[in-house]
Ligand binder design. Structure first.
Ligand code: PHE
Length: 364
């Protein structure tokens, strides 16, 4: 044959065999890979290996017979056969690895998931210590039959002062350094409420006795801040109006409240104080929880921390909202909320609550 290279029949025959061979290799490859994709176990994989890469497999037979091929056909056929062999072998390795992993973690999609990776942290938030204190205070009073109401932080001068027996030039206004919204001195002036006591008036204008309510909320003072003073802080107002409410009811209620929050052992001190909207008025302090009464920065070295202003609702206040003070009487109190967690956790600076330092906040 080789002696007559130009003979058309010879060329034809060689080309035909070459094409057939290459075609056969292509078929082997596509069939083998197709079958491989259906393999589901290591056992099946071994059958597959014997069938397509074993000694008697068509591919290996072709590789063996390369030597017998005419010299011109050998390189192309050989190259193609090796390519197919490599692709089947690497397919085999991949599949083997996959199936082995599936034995370890059969329920996972092992192709995409590396189960050895550390999990993504799931960030969880928490309530602010002041929010927690508010919740707790509300729940104590709710259990005593008080209802919880809320009111505006931007308040009329009338509700914040006048209706509470603090007319324009009353010296008690000095006690409340006020942030005004409208021009000072106008009858309809608005301000940022300096306490929650305006809610006493708003509530009594609306409701008739018997009244038991508390009003938690933000209040504002135009003051320099220090370890125990903030210009924005929280208060809870309390009000009870009914027939024959006495100072004993007020003391009993506040004592119960202090016991719920600070335990039975904590000393509670009631002292006279003056607020124009109550008569008589008093101040309630508890023994400092940080120093147990010895004196420290938090209690200004007095051993006591004032947490409440309170008193019997002034008859003029009742009369102003149309409640007859000869029939009804009531008590009221106003409580500084931040003081509670400060005492509880021994926090000696109120400004920490609002400095947004997560290292501080995460502790609660
Ligand atoms: N509103 C008073 C304050 O801000 C507290 C208070 C409330 C006093 C109710 C007596 C009665 O200091």
């Amino acid at each position: 044959m080789k002696t007559c290279p130009a003979g058309p029949g010879v060329v034809d025959k060689d080309i035909t065999t070459l094409y057939q061979m290459l075609e056969q290799l292509r078929r082997i490859q596509s069939e083998a890979l197709d079958e491989l994709s259906k393999v589901e176990s290591l056992r099946e994989l071994e059958f597959w290996r014997v069938r397509y890469l074993g000694k008697k497999s068509a591919l290996i037979q072709i590789l063996r017979s390369l030597a017998t091929l005419p010299a011109e056909e050998r390189p192309r056929t050989g190259m193609q056969a090796n390519k197919v062999k490599n692709s089947l072998e690497s397919g085999l390795r991949e599949k083997e690895e996959l199936l082995q992993q599936a034995v370890v973690a059969p329920h996972l999609d092992v192709q995409r998931l590396d189960v050895t990776l550390p999990g993504r942290p799931f960030p969880s938030g928490g309530l602010h210590p002041v929010t927690k204190a508010l919740d707790e205070i509300c729940s104590v009073f709710r259990n005593m039959g008080f209802q919880v109401v809320e009111g505006p932080e931007v308040e009329w001068e009338y509700y914040n002062f006048e209706a509470l027996n603090i007319p324009q030039h009353h010296p008690a206004r000095d006690r409340f350094a006020t942030l005004w919204i409208d021009a000072d001195g106008r009858k309809d002036s608005r301000l940022l409420r300096t306490h929650t006591s305006p809610m006493q008036i708003r509530f009594m204008e609306r409701e008739r006795p018997p009244i038991r309510m508390i009003a938690p909320g933000r209040v504002y003072r135009y003051e320099a801040t220090d370890a125990t003073h903030e210009s924005v802080f929280f208060m809870v107002e309390g009000l009870a109006v009914d027939r024959s409410i006495t100072m004993a009811d007020l003391k009993g209620t506040l004592l119960e409240f202090c016991r719920c929050l600070f335990g039975d052992e904590r000393q509670v001190r009631f002292r006279c104080d003056y607020f124009p909207f109550v008569e008589p008025g008093m101040e309630v302090a508890i023994q400092c929880l940080v120093c147990d009464g010895d004196g420290c920065r938090l209690c200004s070295h007095s051993g006591w921390i004032e947490i409440l202003g309170a008193g019997m609702v002034h008859p003029d206040v009742l009369a102003r909202v149309g409640i007859d003070p000869t029939v009804y009487s009531g008590f009221a109190f106003g409580l500084g909320v931040e003081r509670i967690p400060m005492l509880r956790y021994g926090i000696d600076d109120i400004r920490l609550f609002y400095s947004n330092d997560l290292r501080f906040l995460k502790q609660f």
